[in-house]
Design a protein. Structure first.
Length: 400
């Protein structure tokens, strides 16, 4: 038994604030538009699809009460379509795909919708609370610090300067600008209003006018937090070899807050044939890996190694990598740790330019990788994300 990807589509990304183009669109509507677009694109009988697995990090307000089932109910697919929402923080959208693949590989399911959604303009990050961030009995013994401090710790420990992270951010913007100009995101759909008029048909956060000088002028975002709130002392106590935390990250070299949704159709070949669909790719392997919660964001490299081992592959066997740009230092550390060349990583830019709708990003990256494999006529892609609390996740796909 194998798990196939029959398609993967996403919405455009809107800036995740009150002025963003998608602020008036609920996360249910974002997801429902995708489900309807997928069915209209292929004309399949939705009766074959059993479940919807949806990543969503901040499950409260508009995103509470099992948004996966809410979207399934609104999709028009039928009352039979089930839904479950999951939260593996930033890895949620990819975790949804991996769980769907596991169901298919086990033989207990035949066809599943998997992806994620996050409306960060409507449901603010962290508004659901959580002991990991506020309970001293959890935070103190775990040496848990905000993610921005962890990113600055990575830069300080592994030798990435302010120029290094700003230069990486500049290239992310330029790569995304070129990708937009050449219309490489062909599995992306516009978001429409109730009358069918297009609200947004491009990724709103890309900034073609970005310059290194402009990035260099931005003030560090986490310096005051690290020094005045004492987080620098916490991480130095845990990592005494790091004598000083260099605060190099800011809004321009970290992932942008945006709204968006993504969905993939995962199933077995026999059911796909019944639906009249041809697979675009198959899932070769997937893995998760736990890391120290203080430095937190270094999980992509070990998760990637684990996924490669499971697939019997080496780093050189992968044609293209999508490494989530939560912070510039995360991707720089991944490349430093693995030896993977930047010409294989995020070739169309990443979350610094395009944005990171938390629960959806993993599925979005998979779709981006698949689109680009097809464009370049290459075969294998690997998608990986760092995850809050100290985790990494990775998935390997192979084009059909």
């Amino acid at each position: 038994m194998e798990a196939y990807i029959f398609d993967a589509i996403r919405t455009v990304r809107g800036r995740g604030n009150a002025k963003g183009a998608l602020a008036g669109v609920t996360p249910t509507e974002l997801t429902t538009q995708l489900l309807k677009a997928l069915q209209e694109k292929h004309g399949f009988n939705p009766a074959y699809i059993e479940d919807t697995i949806l990543g969503c990090v901040t499950q409260t307000g508009d995103q509470g009460a099992n948004i996966a089932k809410t979207a399934a109910q609104q999709s028009g697919y039928g009352d039979h379509l089930c839904g479950v929402s999951l939260n593996r923080f930033c890895g949620s959208g990819l975790e949804a795909i991996n769980q769907a693949a596991a169901y298919i590989l086990s033989g207990y399911s035949e066809m599943i919708l998997a992806g994620g959604v996050e409306s960060m303009s409507r449901v603010k990050m962290g508004s659901d609370g959580g002991a990991m961030f506020v309970d001293p009995s959890v935070v103190l013994p775990g040496y848990i610090v905000p993610q921005g401090i962890s990113a600055d710790l990575i830069a300080s420990k592994y030798g990435f300067s302010r120029h290094d992270v700003d230069e990486f951010a500049f290239h992310s913007q330029m790569r995304a600008t070129l990708a937009e100009k050449e219309k490489r995101f062909h599995s992306r759909i516009p978001v429409k209003d109730i009358n069918g008029n297009i609200i947004l048909n491009t990724d709103e956060n890309i900034r073609p006018s970005t310059t290194l000088e402009g990035l260099n002028a931005l003030a560090p975002s986490f310096a005051a937090m690290g020094e005045m709130a004492g987080f620098d002392a916490v991480v130095i106590d845990k990592y005494p070899e790091v004598e000083e935390i260099h605060h190099v990250h800011h809004a321009g070299n970290a992932s942008a807050i945006v709204d968006g949704a993504a969905i993939a159709l995962i199933g077995n070949k026999v059911t796909g044939e019944k639906m009249g669909m041809k697979p675009r790719a198959k899932i070769k392997s997937f893995a998760i890996y736990g890391t120290d919660p203080t430095i937190m964001l270094v999980g992509p490299a070990p998760a990637t190694r684990k996924a490669l081992t499971k697939a019997g592959m080496n780093f050189s066997d992968i044609d293209l990598y999508e490494v989530n740009e939560a912070f510039a230092a995360v991707v720089l550390r991944f490349m430093q740790d693995t030896g993977v060349s930047y010409d294989k990583v995020n070739v169309n830019g990443g979350a610094i330019a395009l944005g990171h709708p938390l629960g959806a990003t993993g599925c979005m990256l998979l779709g981006t990788a698949l689109d680009e494999l097809e464009r370049q006529d290459k075969t294998t892609g690997l998608i990986t994300l760092c995850i809050g609390g100290g985790m990494g996740i990775a998935t390997i796909i192979e084009r059909i």
